[in-house]
Each structure stands twice: as C-alpha cells, then as structure tokens.
Design a protein around this ligand. Structure first.
Ligand code: APR
Length: 256
C-alpha cells in the first residue's frame, strides 16, 4: 500500500481515538467488486454511455425502454457482485468506534450485504423503483435480470395504482436529493471528529460538500483513493491505495 508506515499508524491512531466517525463513500468502494465507477477513464459508465440520455427525467420521458433496460443491466451487475474487503472493513469498524455514520453516493446494496446498518443513500437505490407519474413506491421484482452488456430496450413495468411507467429509485441529474437523508448526512459531517472519504471523485454536489463541511467543522479528513481528487488539498491524509487494500489494513492496525 502506497502509504508511509508512519502515515498508516497516524491514521490508525486517529481512528482508534475517534468519538464519531463518518464514512463517506463513492463508486470507488465498489470498484473491486466489479461494479464500474462513473468517471474512471474508459471503464467509467459516463465514458461509455450518455449521461443525459440515461440519468435524467427528460431522457426517461424520451425513451423509457432504453433507460429502464440500462438500469436492469446495472441491477443485474450488482446482484451478481459480492461486497469486497472495503465494505466488510466498514461494517466491522461500526462495532469498534463509539459512533459511525455511513453516507454513500452509491445506489448498490453492497454496504448492506456486508452487514452495515442505517446506510444513508444520498443518490437513491437500484432496489427501490417507483412510479414516474404518481411517485408511489412499487414492489421490486425479485428475479435476477438477464441482460446483455450495456443493457437493451426493456419496457418498464406499469404502476398498479395509476398505470404510469415505473422508474428506477435513483436520483437523476437535475433532481433533488432526499431531504431527510441529506440533512442527516450534513448533521453527521458537522458533528463528527473523523471523516473517511472513500472512492469518490468529489465533483458532484451537494454530496461533495460533505467532506468539506466536516473539515470546516474541525474533523480530521482521511481520503482513500488511488488517484488525486479535488479533496487532496483539504484532506489531512491522502491514502493513495485501492479501498479493499487500505481500509482493512487501517482498521486492522487501529484495533489489533
Ligand atoms: N478504491 C478507491 N477508490 C477508487 C478505486 C478503488 N479501488 N477505483 C477507483 N477509485 C476512485 C477513482 O479514482 C475516482 O476518484 O473512485 C472515484 C470514482 O469517482 P466517480 O466515478 O466520479 O464516482 P463518484 O464520485 O461516486 O460519483 C459521484 O456522480 O454520476 C454521479 O450519481 C452518480 O453517485 C454518483 C456521483
């Protein structure tokens, strides 16, 4: 791991003495489970697919079958994936510190499948469809979709209340984040003493404001990311390593 042994010990000591830890995650925490990130060169979803066409209400209205099919492909990929050592280390950490708040931008359920509870999903979930017209939540099909790479045209199921098309329960560009979840996340960021920022490019707001507010409130910010991001300048530690390598090592060092 590309972190000076001293840095690892320093990060571990901060975690060991923490009163309230916020763990803030992005797509990078699921990368080692085989789930593509959004902006990594070549492999990132937004490098391969049209974000406006697939992640906006306008895109859905224009071609609901294309959008529904694409999210069924993503749901399939997540259902076939397994939580990795980073997800498991975060779940384990919750029992080792007095208080932990897990805030994620991810729409997968890998944190929950690793054993984390009360996960704050800022950008919604692939497993919470609702009606595009009446907004009522809809039951989720339990089947494992069988979709080709990149998805295909799949007509969305219809709402049993109003007959409208169902849409994925994710937050699309131009849409508001769930107010209560966002308020809870900001409150945690402004009152924690340690924030672990794992696998996010920190470019999408308001989510990216969370580590900034934690820093301004005096918390230690520890970034785990193999690549540089806009957060480098304010982070107290930049651990340049994959999450599934760095997080288990840090938790193991802190609580052995
Ligand atoms: N471990 C840790 N970090 C990693 C790993 C890894 N194994 N692999 C890649 N990363 C880092 C990349 O260096 C990058 O900084 O994860 C980050 C992923 O960034 P994005 O693809 O931009 O994903 P994210 O920050 O979660 O995107 C935020 O944008 O598209 C929207 O709603 C979507 O929630 C998403 C939001």
């Amino acid at each position: 791991m590309n972190a000076r042994p001293q840095a690892l010990d320093d990060v571990a000591a901060i975690l060991r003495n923490a009163r309230h830890v916020v763990v803030f995650t992005g797509a990078g925490v699921s990368a080692e489970s085989g789930i593509p990130t959004f902006r990594d060169a070549l492999t990132g979803l937004w490098e391969r697919f049209d974000v406006a066409q697939l992640a906006s209400a306008e895109g859905f209205a224009a071609d609901p079958d294309l959008v529904w099919g694409w999210y069924e492909w993503r749901r399939m990929s997540v259902m076939r994936a397994q939580p990795n050592a980073a997800h498991r280390a975060i779940a384990a950490l919750a029992s080792k510190v007095p208080k932990l708040t897990l805030v994620t931008q991810n729409v997968d359920d890998l944190h929950e499948r690793a054993g984390s509870e009360g996960v704050l999903h800022l950008h919604g979930s692939l497993f919470a469809p609702r009606c595009f017209d009446c907004c009522r939540p809809a039951p989720l099909a339990s089947n494992l979709p069988d979709e080709p790479e990149g998805g295909r045209q799949v007509p969305p199921p219809r709402c049993e209340h109003c007959g409208g098309p169902l849409r994925p329960g994710v937050v699309w560009f131009g849409e508001m984040l769930p107010e209560d979840v966002l308020a809870h996340a900001f409150d945690a960021a402004r009152t924690c003493d340690v924030l672990l920022c794992v696998g996010t490019s920190s470019v999408v707001f308001p989510a990216a404001q969370i580590p900034v507010d934690a820093h301004r409130a005096g918390a230690k910010v520890i970034q785990i990311n193999p690549n540089a991001t806009d957060l480098d300048a304010i982070a107290d530690f930049n651990v340049r390593a994959p999450a599934a390598i760095a997080l288990p090592a840090i938790v193991e060092t802190a609580f052995r």
